[in-house]
Design a protein around this ligand. Sequence first.
Ligand code: PBG
Length: 335
Amino acid sequence: MPQSLITGAYPATRLRRVRQHDWARRLVRETKPSPDDLVWGMIVHDGKEPRVSVKSMPGVDRLNVDEAAKAAVRARELGIPAIAIFPHINPARKNEGGDEAVNPEGLVPTVIQAMKAAAPEVGIACDVALDPFTSHGHDGLLSDDGYVLNDETVSVLTEQALIQARAGADIVAPSDMMDGRIGAIRTLLDEEGYDNVMILSYAAKYASAFYGPYRDAVGTASVLKGDKKTYQMDFGNTEEALREVAMDIQEGADMVMVKPGLPYLDIVQRVSSEFGVPTLVFQISGEYAQIKAAAAQGWLDEDKAIVETLSAFKRAGASGVITYFAERAAQLLGK
Ligand code: PBG
């Protein structure tokens, strides 16, 4: 048992003494999230409308290119280090192969360029995966019998990552859970002269019910056939998450991610303590929607829930948090 747990006995020791005043609580607080910990999860779209609200994520809008550029300026003002962008494209542009993912003039490269022109000091991270672009909503290419093909998908993903890097992305973030994609992306980026582009690997990503609102936001909910259990992880497993992380680090990941967040804090804690690499956590759409829905009913205080959940991520060892609450959180934490 650590020494700190066996020293001190009642009544000489009263742990409530340091909880008496706000100043004392602040003084002894171990974990303090700050705006520096935030990555702003942002949905962008290729339509004309500046903003289109996402029904299942109240307060989150799909932004067009101009609004996204303004949001980058807003992130800079608030001291938010980086933005992670997620695209919603016109369904007419989707096909079986997800070709729009590798269009150098597509939505994502256009948004990256606009954001970088408006606020070059803000880091831009892009999801590498095919789901927003395929007519079936899966993250990769399908075989005739509907299996998500690994190696064939990886070769498209490397091209997608290269296009993002060329457009100015600072971080490419493969969220697809194919085997071997980190090494393949690193190799291609290096060959093409993008050796300074970072890779944030969605290393331990679980097949989760909590992705529901995101699939509504990026327009895959209505098209997705089946589930993603043949590539995303089973939520019963921990050891497998550690293997995923170890392999991605070996293949060249600069940062790793655990996703979802709050129901998986045990994984965040183990990954951050066992590997000692920058470990990000994603407070995903379903976690966002839960807090929003309860707050809308008056059942909990939204601002307090934001700060508490961010503190929990930091306490578990996360270096940073991708969150749709980033704008509000930066205001709350920047005070
Ligand atoms: C898939 C992807 C997902 C999210 C981001 N990229 C999950 C999925 O559809 O399987 C989830 C983000 C969220 O729920 O906020 N490439």
